[in-house]
Write a protein that binds this ligand. Sequence first.
Ligand SMILES: *Cc1c(COP(=O)(O)O)cnc(C)c1O
Length: 224
Amino acid sequence: MTGIASAIRTLKEELPSNVTLVAVSKFHPAEAVAEAYAAGQRIFGESRPQEMHAKAGVLPADISWHFIGHLQTNKLKYVLPVAAMVESVDSRHLLAAIDKWGRENGKVIDVLIEIHIASEDTKQGFSREEALQVLADAAQYPGVRILGLMGMATLTDDENIIRSDFSRLVALRDEVVAGKERFPGLPERFGILSFGMTHDYRIAVSMGADIVRIGTLIFGERTY
Ligand SMILES: *Cc1c(COP(=O)(O)O)cnc(C)c1O
């Protein structure tokens, strides 16, 4: 068994059955994705539009591709025809562009709203206040289905900081779900939380993540 296959198997055994594993294959070749696929993995995360488009073209059609990186509106044409979900909607401008593409192409695009929970200001995403406003306006975007929230914790070994970052994401989701009447455009299923990566996925699972996005642990270090 390859290292990739055994990492997938180990993770599948470890993760509770209600947690979805997105195998983050960015910067790794299609051959690496094929190895994970052979081990049973079907959901992959990519952060560069052309790279995702190219891999989707050569790999099996039953793969679900999640886009997880910063997406420029002029790159939608690479991502939206192949993506099962865009997890990283980090601006209203992007949400409006995805909505427009969806309406023009007769599709409803599944998305998550990315929330800025880390203390570094380099990370993308909406503040709590901006997110509440966008979620309240969800009905203005019939070409998208906002299913939940995504976030990335501060890059640190301090578990307390990671927990406190993640807890803001959980609290925001809970606030929205508890106040449903203020968010009439959200679908019934709204509430999915995507958080947790290689170094913090165990914390994320313990705090109720529905989706974890794991790259390095499966595919090894990236060289960028
Ligand atoms: C790269 C990336 C991941 C995976 O990170 P690892 O540390 O390799 O597990 C998860 N989420 C996002 C948004 C990423 O960009």
